[in-house]
Ligand binder design. Structure first.
Ligand code: HEC
Length: 143
């Protein structure tokens, strides 16, 4: 009985430590999905010439909330069970710079939405969305 209890405790603590990263992985995947959805909305608005700054501001708030959260959501050892490649932690400086660029682009977009500055808004959006493909090629597994 005692032996069973010990192995039960071991099982619980093992799954508890795996669950720690599950939360981070889920949070970063949710953040990326949110970015993708909002990027699509902004892209459609720009294409159709719908310069609704109140809406851009609302979208900018969401985008920056997600993009600024990402940096803390890639703790060392959190690769398993996700689509992140080992390269994320091997070249963390480069990966981090990519996240900074993504976040900076959305921060510029958000600030430009508040200032109702069309050129800066488009530029910030382009800066941010120009980072996706290159980073995925190097740091994300193909599905
Ligand atoms: C600095 C690197 C980096 C940048 C920049 C980046 N991504 Fe990603 N993205 C990743 C990594 C790594 C994953 C895999 C995360 C995981 O599975 O834990 C990912 C996953 C995703 C996913 C899948 C989320 C899920 O539900 O599994 C989507 C969608 C996505 N990214 C969209 C984007 C878009 C859109 C942009 C640009 C606006 C972007 N990403 C910019 C690295 C990046």
């Amino acid at each position: 009985m005692k032996k069973h209890l010990i192995s039960l405790f071991m099982l619980i603590s093992v799954s508890a430590s795996a669950a720690t990263f599950e939360a981070e992985i889920e949070a970063r995947q949710d953040a990326y999905s949110g970015i993708k959805d909002n990027v699509e909305v902004v892209g459609d608005m720009l294409k159709s010439g719908e310069f609704d700054y109140a809406k851009f501001e609302m979208l900018g708030e969401k985008l920056t909330k997600h993009s600024s959260s990402l940096k803390s959501l890639f703790p060392e050892g959190s690769q398993e069970g996700s689509n992140a490649k080992k390269a994320v932690w091997k070249s963390f400086d480069q990966f981090s710079m990519g996240l900074d660029k993504l976040d900076q682009g959305f921060q510029d977009f958000y600030a430009a939405a508040k200032a109702q500055d069309q050129a800066a808004l488009v530029a910030g959006f382009k800066d941010a969305t120009g980072t996706c493909k290159g980073c995925h090629r190097k740091f994300r597994n193909k599905k």
